[in-house]
Design a protein around this ligand. Sequence first.
Ligand SMILES: NC(=O)c1ccc[n+]([C@@H]2O[C@H](COP(=O)([O-])OP(=O)(O)OC[C@H]3O[C@@H](n4cnc5c(N)ncnc54)[C@H](OP(=O)(O)O)[C@@H]3O)[C@@H](O)[C@H]2O)c1
Length: 277
Amino acid sequence: MSTIPVITLNNGVEIPQLGFGVFQIEPDKTADAVVTAFDAGYRHIDTAQMYRNEAGVGEAIKRSGLPRDEVFVTSKLNNDSHDPEVAAAAFDRTLEALDTDHVDLFLIHWPLPTVGDFVETWHAMEEIYRSGRAKAIGVSNFQPHHLRRLIDGSTIVPAVNQIEVHPYLTQAEVRAFGTEHGIATEAWSPIAQGKVLDDATIVRIAEAHDRTPAQVTLRWHIQRGDIVFPKSVTKKRIRENLALFDFELDGVDMAAIDGLNRDERTGPNPDTFDYVP
Ligand SMILES: NC(=O)c1ccc[n+]([C@@H]2O[C@H](COP(=O)([O-])OP(=O)(O)OC[C@H]3O[C@@H](n4cnc5c(N)ncnc54)[C@H](OP(=O)(O)O)[C@@H]3O)[C@@H](O)[C@H]2O)c1
């Protein structure tokens, strides 16, 4: 099994650069999928309160027999819990569902610019961090102007910003802001939920390397330095998406995939998304 590289976050915490995402996995199917991922070699799981499957992740950790400190677990604060007191209680429920005394990373899931002040929510996140029950804290779906306001109004710079990134949405501006401020980029929907896999350029590069389009796309993310966690409930794909560390894309391949950008989202725009369950 190839070794998964580790990235050191701005507070010294280490995160495996490749993980396993569990968005849209049914709660009662999550434990099986995560155990399959652990068996394949994944040690980093990305879940969220919104996914309603944190308990399945917790069950999988127990079933796997892996020591807790060998697994990196991320969860995210739901959109209905931005109020600081509500956020604290919601975080307690995350720990209960995961049946653990800490998460490795806890994120504000969406900025919800029309709902309230996410800087106040971030202050509640800072309290959670200081309690030691989240080893790192960060945000998700924040644009540079959200990050600027957050940094200006608080003490702790987010360790990560988890945003939609794939060859059709390369996110130059948000990633550059992150690099400048020591915020690691996590790329969600890294294969655009499958939409980039038929792209002629990606198929051509995959054939040249005798790899699948998914592997080439994920390898492009890895070489850009982002953190990725493809989702799959298919055992063969779970294994395939991990086999990225015994081949390399050259500068020409990387530039060809960079050139596919068309600023096309598969998910909501963070500047207008204000869904509260
Ligand atoms: N922060 C946020 O707002 C946010 C939003 C979306 C996602 N995320 C995170 O990012 C993770 C990944 O994103 P995502 O689940 O939206 O999309 P994704 O990983 O880009 O794509 C998942 C889809 O691609 C298929 N797939 C996976 N590997 C494949 C392969 N090797 N070949 C062909 N098809 C393959 C899966 O099918 P099967 O499962 O049927 O195999 C599934 O339909 C999520 O699970 C979640 O943890 C975060």
